[in-house]
Design a protein around this ligand. Structure first.
Ligand SMILES: [Zn+2]
Length: 414
């Protein structure tokens, strides 16, 4: 295998350059999905990619692709990338690290005159984080055909629709179907992401190979009881929506603990009428469960639902279901996983296997192509905060392993 050497200095310069785009007065970065700040980061990427001599194109979801042709006609591209949007007041590494590494792969391929059989494409997904329009992984969901048409009518806090906002950044809401990809369109998709957790730092290691990405089930329920005077309604006469919701929440905690590696969260509770002297009549409750195992996820959802209904029945309350969503757990492709692990072994690197409990664009790419991810170390296990950081060594090692794995896949895949 050719000894290709990546440049850490270039990557650090890129991280710094992106760290000046969308600076938030609170000290971090705010490049929300489908905002002018995200667009500036995309413009920065376009400049960099054209300097590498890559051909740029956008799609109807305003995802960006930079392409270098391969030597063998008819082969689908090998892709690497991530996203350039951030959470509000987020950090410099979530998403950006993956894009910078993919860009560095392209530069190294150019510098060393490597001719791959497959085309190589760097993809920058649009709006991976929850956008002001209330959804995450927008760009990759469009590629997987998973964006429901009515979701385009979602509005931000200023009342502007996603449909209109998409037009202002070069997308075309009427043509999203044309951006959809299917089996055979991409040979494989590789992504580096910061771990957003403490495992690698604890282990003193620079990177990990991701084996699975968790599936996520979410629901929004309205627990309906009866509001009444908090003084004159005796404890036996109450139909208290908050107490029922509390019991439901504790039951979710108990159930999630009983499945290895599963997590359950009630992230939102809205109490009505929310007054000190009124028994709560209604609670709007949002729950979420995650697991890397399809069966656990389903069992957990069924058990939770069953328990919630039993609690409400016993207390004489009822439930109205407002929304329900579901994303399936995804496993890394065997060939990609092997390419990563062989590349690590060849360089005497220890890379543990980790599961991703966070969602990523790769989950949706898995609907039509082979996927694989590497995690790089997160200093202090922190992410989605201004001080988010990954050690330079992690960036360098990940870029090297990505490039080695790319060469292997270029050789082995059709
Ligand atoms: Zn991310």
């Amino acid at each position: 295998m050719t000894a290709l050497t990546i440049s850490l200095e270039r990557m650090l310069a890129d991280i710094e350059a992106l760290g000046r785009v969308g600076v938030d007065p609170r000290g971090g970065l705010s490049r929300l999905g489908i905002s002018p700040q995200e667009q500036l980061a995309h413009e920065w990427f376009k400049q960099q990619a054209s300097q590498v001599g890559m051909t740029l194109r956008g799609d109807a979801a305003a995802n960006l692709y930079a392409r270098r042709e391969g030597s063998e006609p008819g082969l689908a591209p090998l892709m690497a990338g991530s996203h350039l949007d951030t959470v509000p007041n987020g950090g410099k590494y979530d998403g950006a690290a993956g894009v910078v590494i993919a860009l560095e792969m392209a530069r190294t391929i150019r510098d060393f005159g490597v001719r791959l059989r497959h085309p190589f494409e760097v993809i920058v997904f649009r709006a991976e984080e929850p956008s002001p329009f209330g959804m995450s992984t927008f760009g990759s969901r469009v590629l997987a055909g998973r964006l429901r048409p009515e979701e385009l009518d979602a509005v931000d806090s200023k009342g502007r629709s996603l449909r209109d906002a998409l037009r202002t950044i070069g997308g075309d809401p009427e043509e999203l179907e044309g951006a959809r990809m299917s089996a055979g369109d991409v040979a494989a998709y590789l992504e580096v992401h910061n771990e957003q957790g403490p495992h690698l730092e604890r282990a003193g290691l620079p990177l990990a190979v991701v084996t699975e990405i968790a599936g996520i089930k979410r629901g929004r329920w309205r627990v309906i009881g009866e509001p009444n005077h908090s003084g004159s309604t005796s404890m036996d006469e109450r139909r208290d929506a908050l107490m029922a919701a509390s019991e439901i929440a504790l039951e979710l905690e108990r159930l999630a603990r009983s499945y290895d590696g599963a997590v359950g969260t009630i992230g939102v509770l809205t109490v009505e009428p929310n007054a000190v002297n009124i028994v709560p009549g209604c609670v709007d409750l949002r729950w979420e469960i995650r697991s890397c195992f399809v069966r656990d996820l389903q069992e957990l959802e069924d058990a939770f639902e069953h328990a919630a209904h039993a609690i409400l029945e016993r207390r004489g309350l009822r439930l109205e279901e407002l929304t329900r969503s579901n994303s399936v757990p995804v496993a890394a492709d065997r060939a990609v996983l092997e390419a990563f692990e062989e590349a690590c072994a060849a360089r005497n690197l220890t890379a543990p296997r980790l599961r991703s409990m966070a969602g990523h664009d790769a989950s949706h790419m898995a609907a039509f192509t082979r996927i694989g991810m590497l995690f790089i170390r997160s200093t202090g296990g922190k992410s989605h905060v201004p001080e988010e950081h990954s050690p330079p060594e992690s960036l360098a090692v990940a870029a090297t392993i990505m490039l080695d794995a790319l060469m292997r896949l270029d050789r082995d895949l059709d």
